[in-house]
Design a binder for this molecule. Structure first.
Ligand SMILES: Cc1ncc(COP(=O)(O)O)c(C=O)c1O
Length: 426
């Protein structure tokens, strides 16, 4: 397997030249030069309204309606670009999806959600409230006796919730707090087997891949899911989201959100009311180009394998520092899994509890005062997950989150652990 050339990788991000350590990548990543070039190129050369016959419009239409969904389909491994929907954000895409399903949900239906980021939770709760159907929670539970905050989402906890009425199971492929990579294929297989057992013939699965997409290759066909979303601004691209909607769901489950005179029966365009920003849609095509440049293999799977391998070199020292007996004694508790391995993204959260407890915001304040690295505190919109933790935390103060990606270096981690060492000194 080809490993990542970190110098070459970093040289593709103009913003990294400042030397600032970006440690809030689960909030938003930096943007690759290839993407910036395409954004400029669109605005300079093809900034015309789509759908007309003149040459500039024809080129613009090709870029937005064909090139962008074709590339997004590769990122999801969708069967067809007609299964891709663009919207300003994943939150909006999922809210649109929930609205479009409204007419095809029975009165006695049940929806299962997690406590993860509200984007794949809130739209389903609002839908359940609008049409008065049941909602059930699939909660992350402790993995270790020693640390009550070491929680994870386990498939055995969702199976008893599934009944003949279950219509939607919505979960997150990687938590933006816990950092654990969910084995989506395995979970979906178990959910579908249970659905078959209890006769949940209409069950569909919606997966939030926003925190997963920067770290691992999505494969909606292999996973056998119906809906999936990602946010390009966390995958080295611009502020726009892409959603995958399985062809059969487009045909049978979702009703159009577009104007009545627009004919888009079986294609994703039916979920795209109004035009998303054309220049950002086209710029997303630079993301695959950037990812493919990471190894000589010219293959997205190889790129993500190289990303995952490099990221382990970041996860390892950070988790080793945070779980060291001296830190445990100090009151540092990881919020999430403390194992180092390929099931772990470099999104690492912790709290400081006990007799010398510190507020998360006070830990981060020291980093901000030094001005060399950007990390963050809060609930990061996974409000329910933080609110459910026991012993209880102040949900608004939440956790300290350090979220790295493949362009971060072991030197970045060294600076972060050195600074934490100073912060945590009694
Ligand atoms: C796991 C996860 N899902 C969804 C979202 C929301 O994405 P968007 O801002 O595109 O709505 C985020 C954003 O932080 C996230 O981390």
């Amino acid at each position: 397997m080809a490993s990542l050339d970190i110098v070459q990788t970093r040289s593709q991000f103009p913003s990294l030249k400042s030397g600032f350590i970006f440690g809030d990548n689960a909030g938003g990543s930096q943007i690759a030069q290839e993407v910036i070039d395409r954004l400029n190129d669109y605005l300079i050369n093809t900034n015309a309204q789509l759908g007309a016959e003149y040459s500039v419009s024809a080129e613009s239409t090709r870029r937005v309606m064909k090139d962008a969904p074709t590339e997004a389909a590769k990122l999801f491994n969708a069967r067809s670009p007609d299964e891709i929907v663009f919207a300003a954000s994943s939150t909006l895409n999922l809210d649109n999806l929930a609205r479009s399903l409204e007419r095809k949900i029975n009165d006695d239906a049940e929806i299962i959600v997690t406590g993860e980021h509200e984007a794949n939770v809130g739209p389903w709760k609002k839908l359940a409230n609008r049409i008065q159907v049941g909602i059930k929670y699939w909660r992350a539970t402790p993995t270790k006796d020693s640390n009550p905050y070491s929680i994870s989402l386990k498939v055995e906890d969702v199976l008893p919730l599934i009944t003949a009425q279950t219509r939607i199971v919505a979960f997150t492929a990687c938590s933006n707090i816990l950092g654990s990579i969910i084995p989506v294929k395995e979970y979906v297989k178990a959910i579908r087997a249970r659905a078959a057992e209890v006769g949940a013939s209409q069950l569909e699965i919606s997966v939030d891949c926003v925190a997963y997409a920067p770290h691992r290759k999505i494969d909606v066909q292999d996973w056998d899911v119906d809906y999936a979303v990602l946010s390009y601004y966390k995958v080295y691209g611009p502020h726009i989201s892409a959603m995958y909607v399985r062809q059969s769901a487009l045909r049978n489950s979702v009703s159009p959100l577009v104007h009545h005179f627009i004919k888009a029966d079986d294609i994703s365009y039916k979920l795209q009311p109004g035009g998303p920003g054309y220049e950002t849609v086209y710029a997303t095509t630079g993301v695959n180009q950037y990812l493919l440049s990471l190894t000589p293999a010219n293959d997205l799977n190889a790129s993500f394998a190289a990303i995952a391998a490099h990221e382990q070199t970041l996860v390892q020292p950070l988790i080793a520092f945070l779980t060291h007996p001296a830190q445990w004694e100090r009151g540092v508790r990881l919020v999430g899994d403390d194992t180092v391995g390929l099931n772990r993204a470099p999104t690492i959260s912790f709290v400081v509890v006990g007799p010398h407890a510190m507020q998360s915001k006070d830990v981060v304040k020291v980093f901000d005062a030094e001005g060399k690295a950007g990390i963050r505190w809060g609930h990061f919109y996974a409000y329910t997950l933080i609110d459910d933790l026991s012993p209880k935390l102040d949900v608004n103060d939440g956790v300290v989150r350090i979220s790295l990606v493949h362009y971060n270096t072991v030197e970045d981690v060294q600076y972060i652990t050195d600074t934490l060492q100073k912060v945590l000194q009694l």
